[in-house]
Write a new protein. Structure first.
Length: 402
């Protein structure tokens, strides 16, 4: 534990002893417990109501606000919804909302850029974290997950600096802290980070036995299997029906220097093979360009995800996350049903459980209800197409579940 954290704890304890109102505010959330208790503490709901001074109440808020939250539970329990509501209540001036994978990618890119410039002196991870702390004092992470040694070695330092700088971190995960990075290379080096999370975060299990994504799911034709001639004919007919035309045209999307080849598109409906999207060197930014450009994405020839094709499977996972968050409808023709699509070792499965759950919801009629019509991608003078951003769509008229 860093000296700064120890000092902050001593200072908080001293203030609590001097101020009875602060002590009561700290005790009240503990009695309530769970997510509600954390929110009560954060927003000052646990303050003493016996006439404490404004200074007492300010100290109470200061003592509780910096406490971070680690919200975990199985897929579909509403973790992302809870975090989104919290973020929307604060607003972008007070908080940042980031996908955890995106945040870590930005960290690695920053370190690489500094090394390229010959500016790798000192603690580069700490410098990155301090820069993030200046942008907002609340940082919301969605899908907290560690699956490689590079992230594992940097994460502890980043979290420590964020806490030292007084940042409140709110994160969602499918796993409790003790089960992060299971079976990972040199996992013993990651154990202090687990201890830091358990010590500095309020850890709340949001598991009440109901996967909301499965509520109202209908047996629809949006996912076809196996990969045979019959499913190929049906899939083509489904594309033509949704596109309103027998065949489309290839095009190239471009946005902010990025480009994406689309084999066939009609308006805001596009058709790809799995290999086009997941066996090519594409990333989250490319998939966001795809989501901005189309309301309906057809993906053909999806294989079972095994160890041998895990890299393309990881791209598929990231792509489904991006398309789901954007409310894009996904139609698939695959080697197997959704529940049998991912066949990995047990320790590799956790991030893909979310993928399975989201794919199931995306097949529902409620999810695929038409959104407000969006403009088609517009041609540029060079014959390319520019993507136009579309508003995030909810499958059921409310927030997404996670």
């Amino acid at each position: 534990m860093s000296r700064a954290i120890q000092k902050r704890r001593r200072d908080a304890a001293a203030r609590a002893r001097r101020q009875g109102a602060a002590a009561k505010a700290l005790q009240q959330p503990m009695r309530r417990g769970g997510l509600l208790g954390w929110l009560v503490a954060l927003f000052g709901g646990g303050r003493s109501s016996d006439g404490g001074s404004a200074e007492d109440e300010a100290l109470a808020r200061e003592a509780t606000f910096a406490r971070s939250l680690y919200l975990f539970g199985p897929v579909g329990r509403g973790k992302t919804t809870a975090m989104d509501l919290f973020y929307e209540a604060l607003g972008p001036k007070k908080a940042q909302r980031r996908h955890f994978h995106e945040f870590m990618s930005e960290l690695h890119a920053d370190i690489h850029a500094r090394r390229e410039k010959g500016d790798a002196r000192g603690d580069t991870a700490a410098r990155f974290a301090r820069a993030q702390a200046k942008r907002a004092k609340v940082l919301c992470f969605d899908e907290f997950f560690v699956n490689n040694i590079a992230d594992a070695t940097l994460l502890g330092r980043v979290l420590t600096v964020l806490i030292d700088e007084g940042v409140t971190v709110v994160t969602t995960s499918n796993q409790p802290p003790a089960e992060l990075y299971p079976g990972g290379l040199k996992r013993e080096l990651f154990l202090p980070t687990i201890a830091l999370i358990e010590e500095e975060f309020s850890v709340v299990n949001l598991d009440h036995g109901q996967d909301y994504r499965l509520t109202g799911v209908a047996d629809t034709e949006a996912w076809l299997q196996p990969l045979d001639d019959r499913s190929a004919r049906l899939f083509r007919g489904l594309f033509e029906r949704e596109a309103g035309r027998r065949e489309g045209q290839p095009l190239q999307l471009s946005l902010l220097g990025r480009s994406l080849e689309v084999p066939e598109a009609v308006g805001r409906t596009a058709l790809f093979r799995f290999a086009d999207l997941c066996e090519a060197p594409l990333g989250r930014d490319d998939f966001q360009l795809l989501a901005q450009s189309f309301d309906r994405v057809f993906i053909d020839e999806i294989p079972v995800i095994r160890y041998a094709n895990r890299e393309s499977g990881e791209r598929f996972r990231v792509m489904i996350d991006v398309l789901y968050e954007a409310g894009t409808c996904v139609y698939g023709r695959a080697e197997a049903p959704i529940g049998e699509l991912i066949r990995l070792e047990e320790h590799e499965m956790p991030p893909f459980l979310r993928t399975e759950s989201r794919l199931v919801e995306m097949q529902s009629l409620a999810y695929r209800q038409p959104a407000k019509a969006q403009p088609e991608p517009q041609p540029t003078p060079k014959g390319k197409f520019k993507a136009k951003a579309k508003p995030r769509k909810s499958a059921n008229g409310g927030s997404k579940q996670a």
